[in-house]
Design a protein around this ligand. Structure first.
Ligand SMILES: [Zn+2]
Length: 99
């Protein structure tokens, strides 16, 4: 009785998993990018932009934040956030002269 089954040898060279270091949100970044950056509640490797309401992947590091802070969409969103909705005083309807 000979079974031709060979037990698969544990391949030591293959089993090595490279540990990738993923960047997590840092509080100090919020000081560098004030006003819009906050930690994401969903994922440690994400940050949240308050202005854009977007999740930014930060696992690669701070560069992602830099990129986001200069992106056009973000700048536009920041501008519109800063412009507080105090439009009421701005909108002045011209009264047509009636008499
Ligand atoms: Zn943004």
């Amino acid at each position: 009785m000979s079974s031709g089954d060979e037990e698969p040898q544990p391949s030591t060279s293959r089993g090595i998993k490279r540990k990738k270091y993923l960047q997590c949100h840092k509080k100090e970044w919020e000081l560098e990018f004030p006003g819009w950056l906050q930690a994401s509640s969903k994922n440690l490797n994400y940050a949240n932009c308050k202005s854009c309401n977007k999740e930014i992947k930060i696992s690669s590091g701070k560069d992602a934040l830099k990129k986001h802070s200069t992106s056009e969409g973000h700048l536009v969103a920041c501008r519109s956030v800063k412009a507080q909705p105090s439009i009421t005083s701005f909108v002045v309807k011209k009264n047509p002269k009636e008499c």
